[in-house]
Design a protein around this ligand. Structure first.
Ligand code: PEP
Length: 253
């Protein structure tokens, strides 16, 4: 069975002390995970090492960076490379979050480079895709998301996509309190899986964990994660509260 994943995206929130407390609160709950379940904390760069240290004794718990640069090293003041993250033994990197696409002009081509550099450094990308409201209203979301995937991922060998992680995050549902219905999520996840199946075959497509992101909360996680092609969630706001995120973890299949 492909991995079922509850991934937290803390974004640019929390002080060091608050981060410490939140990780302690969640890990102290000792939520037991099946071998097919994983919990990933996407924390700000300064907290990566601390967070890794905190979760290392919890099986199935991992740390993600929220971004990395598309070059290996050099004169790029302020950027963080995949090589650096790999040397810190970070497992995952969130790539192409809609906030990065919107505020930092990351396009599909740049994201393809970021995916490549993560994979070549042993980091697992959590590749985000998803449509803005006007595309959903025009009912062209399938083609829109398909283009994001094709332009950033279809240059990859099939072996690179085995056990890959994609997060479908409709932009109109991020941080808005407006969640896609479980049916809307399932419909898009099935479409995404079929896009991979057409290019790489069923085995690869079935191995990819496709997370849903967009106002996932304790009270809707179970229903959304219960859908056949939804393999957990990428969670922003609700991942900042220990009790809420713990319930979301418990909602995994
Ligand atoms: C996100 O930032 O990836 C996200 C889904 O945020 P929220 O859960 O707050 O909508």
């Amino acid at each position: 069975m492909r991995k079922q994943i509850a991934a937290a995206n803390w974004k640019m929130n929390l002080t060091l002390q608050q981060a410490n407390e939140l990780l302690d609160e969640i890990t102290n709950k000792n939520i037991s995970l099946s071998p097919d379940q994983q919990v990933v904390f996407g924390v700000p760069f300064p907290y990566l090492l601390l967070a890794s240290e905190k979760v290392k004794s919890n099986a199935g718990y991992f740390i993600a960076a929220q971004n990395c640069y598309n070059q290996a090293s050099g004169a790029y003041t302020g950027e963080v490379s995949a090589v650096m993250l790999s040397s810190c033994e970070i497992g995952f990197v969130i790539i192409g979050h809609s906030e990065r696409r919107e505020y930092f002009w990351e396009d599909n081509e740049m994201l393809a480079q970021k995916v490549d550099i993560c994979l070549s450094n042993g980091l697992k990308p959590i590749f985000c895709c998803g449509e803005p409201l006007e595309i959903r209203e025009a009912e062209t979301q399938n083609a829109y998301v398909e283009t994001q995937i094709k332009e950033s991922l279809f240059h990859l060998e099939s072996s690179a996509l085995h056990n890959f992680v994609v997060a479908y995050e409709p932009i109109w549902a991020i941080g808005t309190g407006k969640t896609a219905s479980a049916e809307q999520a399932q419909e898009m996840h099935a479409h995404i899986r079929s896009v991979f199946a057409q290019k790489y075959g069923n085995d690869i497509a079935e191995s990819i964990s496709i997370l849903y992101g967009g106002s996932v909360k304790a009270n809707n996680a179970n229903e959304i994660f219960g859908k056949k092609d939804v393999d957990g969630g990428l969670v922003g706001g609700a991942s900042l509260k220990a009790d809420e995120f713990a319930e979301i973890i418990k909602g995994l299949k």
